[in-house]
Design a protein around this ligand. Structure first.
Ligand SMILES: [Mg+2]
Length: 193
């Protein structure tokens, strides 16, 4: 049996389908219909053909929860997280968002886990993640930003890259393309101790 207290998760692009939400807000509130999920080939979003003002406005809406569209979980995430949450005292999420904002409530709503077990830490910076993870004794972190995987690895945390169009570069890490695959990996990883 794996030790779920050793694993933690990023939120956007791993648990939450934030890029689809981005596309929905772009379409509904800014009339931008031409972008596709597969266009997100760079995490910095400078791959997109939109102005920096609109880009920042959409990101702010996502962070504040001020949008009419629905943020959906990535397929399969809730089922796996529910199971992990059942067998652990704490389900830890570490996000580079500047604040927890509406995402805690979203997590509580989308998971069938005791809300008291759900812990979300917003670091405000990608490079602050490893310190938080080390403080919490985390050995494995599921992440979609490839650059962050490298810094985690240097800090002694094993990254698990969640495959997305924006992380299609060569890398040496464990990679999963779905929560079904992640579920198997979690079972296989030696998380005990
Ligand atoms: Mg992410």
């Amino acid at each position: 049996m794996v030790n779920p207290s050793k694993i933690a998760f990023d939120i956007d692009g791993v648990v939450a389908d934030t890029m689809t939400l981005f596309l929905d807000i772009a379409k509904n509130e800014f009339g931008l219909n031409n972008m596709k999920y597969r266009d997100f080939i760079d995490y910095n979003l400078d791959c997109l053909d939109i102005s920096i003002e609109i880009l920042e406005a959409i990101i702010k809406k996502i962070e504040d929860g001020t949008y009419a569209a629905t943020l959906k979980p990535i397929v399969g995430a809730p089922a796996v997280l529910n199971r992990i949450g059942e067998g652990s005292e704490c389900l830890l999420f570490v996000t580079a968002r500047p604040k927890t904002g509406p995402i805690l409530e979203w997590m509580i709503k989308n998971l069938d886990v005791d809300p008291l077990k759900i812990k979300i830490i917003a670091t405000g910076s990608y490079t602050a993640k490893e310190a938080v993870l080390l403080q919490h004794g985390i050995s494995f972190f599921v992440e979609d930003r490839l650059e962050t995987c490298f810094t985690l690895k240097e800090a002694g945390i094993e990254p698990v890259l969640f495959k997305q169009p924006w992380n299609r570069k060569k890398h040496p890490f464990i990679e999963v393309e779905s929560w079904e695959k992640l579920d198997h990996i979690i079972e296989d990883l030696s998380l005990s101790g």
